[in-house]
Design a protein around this ligand. Structure first.
Ligand code: ADP
Length: 489
């Protein structure tokens, strides 16, 4: 169900999403900026046109108010064409603006008498006359586009009577032209920016996300067969992607190690369990055939089977301890133990348990040393080492323990003078189930897990365990643990 849902979702490449995102982002930003610029520019332009119209109206009306009675065609002619009548005009300054406004291309001037009859028109008016009481400037719908129209009554300067009406139209041709041109430029620039940023986003993501396809291929192969030795090719870049690839490869290595360890563990365990199970089975078969009636065989077989079950029980117990030892870092943080006490306790216990052995403890430390380790685990490590020392000692039954302090560490040594370990075996004694002499070690009850448990415990607490040994002369195991300077913290 869940899978079906996942599959029904359409696959959209990250590259496309990236390109779309960049294009959309730049579209929004560019749109806002352009809109702001466009609006302020066109508003400015419109304001200029409006003030031109107002100026025109003021200039014309100033000339006309000088008339006493209602405006007539003649009185207007005197203003418009003063060359033919000098009586009204006292200076050249008055005339120039009127002629200029009337002859100006984008203003259409209409003058009406008080009854609304047209007295002068410099062009065809788009808007009907309107006899208003006060000055008004409004936008009207023209034939092609909007136009700006101003209406005003003209009062005589002397009599304060309405002597006519003035209507001035600004057809806003140049404004509309600039407006459309600017709009076209903005739209084209917008398209160009969106296209360019989309393409740039696409190619950038193509370049940056190229390793993704390598990761994808590797994951596909690994998910089919997790044991495949395939890794993502590393890239020569210093960014998140190269970091991700490195981390991914490291994770694959770790996973591989876990898988190997797991299968190795299963094969080791089954191998270890096979012998006792086979022995028990052999005895049971023997009992079934003849043992029922022969008390001697019955007794021997039961005893042998019991020994093997005990061994199996130990083995299972040790395997459990091993798996717990692998998790000390998670389960036993911030455990403080006084090392001196544990060493002394183990030393005393062994002295009591094996009176035939000579145990010596060489303790160089005066003060109490605290290490970050769970007490039972430190004891377990020392017991494993001392047990081995006892087990693998021959004629010279002497075991030597040492306790000393380094800069930030505490060192515990367990030395015996027994059979020793050859250098080629010394490398492997910490491996799971490794025994130098399988048969002899088995006889002594060893499963080859003791040292692996000890090593995992010590390393789990960031310590080290090492071995110095020579065949026939004995072995020295050293455990080094970091010290906590202020245990109260
Ligand atoms: P086991 O339970 O068999 O003793 P360990 O992991 O403790 O398993 O030890 C692994 C092997 O290392 C042993 O089988 C033994 O051969 C060797 N070994 C360990 N300790 C000593 C020692 N003190 N002297 C000689 N050989 C040792």
């Amino acid at each position: 169900m869940e899978n079906q849902k996942k599959k029904s979702k359409r696959f959209v490449s990250l590259r496309l999403k990236w390109a779309f995102g960049t294009a959309l982002g730049s579209l929004i930003i560019f749109f806002i900026v352009t809109l702001a610029m466009f609006t302020s520019f066109t508003q400015n332009l419109f304001r200029q046109e409006r003030s031109l119209l107002n100026q025109g109206m003021t200039n014309i009306s100033q000339q006309l108010v000088k008339n006493n009675g209602p405006l007539t065609r003649r009185s207007i002619d005197r203003v418009v064409d003063p060359e033919n009548d000098h009586s009204l005009v006292s200076g050249a300054d008055y005339r120039r603006p009127v002629i200029k406004e009337l002859s100006d291309g984008h203003l259409i001037v209409n003058i009406y008498n008080p009854q609304g009859k047209n007295l002068l028109s410099t062009g065809k008016a788009d808007v009907k006359q309107s006899l208003v009481n006060e000055r008004q400037v409004q936008l009207y719908r023209g034939t092609n586009h909007r136009i700006l129209v101003g209406h005003m009554p003209i009062y005589s300067e002397k009599s304060r009577q309405v002597i006519g009406y003035l209507q001035v139209e600004n057809n806003l041709n140049s404004y509309t032209q600039s407006y459309s041109q600017l709009r076209l430029v903005c739209i084209m620039a917008l398209c160009l920016v969106v296209l360019a940023s989309g393409l740039l986003g696409y190619f950038l993501s193509y370049f940056l996300l190229r390793p993704m396809s390598d990761i994808h291929d590797t994951v596909k192969v690994i998910s089919k067969d997790p044991t495949k030795e395939i890794r993502v090719p590393t890239i020569n870049r210093n960014d998140e992607m190269s970091e991700l690839i490195d981390m991914f490869n490291e994770m694959l290595d770790r996973m591989q190690r876990y898988i190997d360890q797991q299968s190795q563990f299963v094969s080791d365990v089954s191998h270890e369990l096979r012998t006792p199970v086979a022995i028990i089975q052999g005895h049971l078969e023997m009992l079934q055939r003849w043992g029922k009636d022969d008390p001697q065989v019955l007794d021997d077989s039961l005893n042998a089977s019991l020994v093997e079950t005990k061994r199996m029980k130990n083995l299972v117990q040790e395997m459990l301890e091993l798996s717990r030892a692998e998790q000390v870092e998670i389960n036993f943080r911030n455990q403080h133990t006084v090392v001196n006490d544990v060493v002394h306790q183990v030393f005393n216990n062994f002295k009591m348990l094996y009176p035939e052995f000579t145990f010596t403890l060489d303790d160089d430390v005066d003060e109490k040393i605290t290490a970050n380790i769970y007490r039972d685990h430190l004891e377990q490590v020392l017991v494993i080492l001392c047990d081995n020392a006892v087990k693998y000692s021959n004629d010279r039954k002497e075991i030597h323990l040492t306790l000393s302090r380094g800069m930030n560490t505490v060192e515990i040594g367990v030395q015996d003078f027994g059979e020793g370990i050859a250098p080629e075996d010394a490398k492997r004694v910490f491996d799971r189930f490794y025994r130098v002499d399988k048969a002899r070690s088995r006889k002594k009850g060893g499963n080859g897990l003791g040292l692996s448990i000890a090593q995992r415990l010590v390393e789990g607490y960031h310590g080290q365990i090492s071995l110095e040994s020579s065949l026939g002369a004995g072995s020295l195991f050293k455990v080094v643990l970091p010290i906590i300077d202020d245990p109260e913290e």
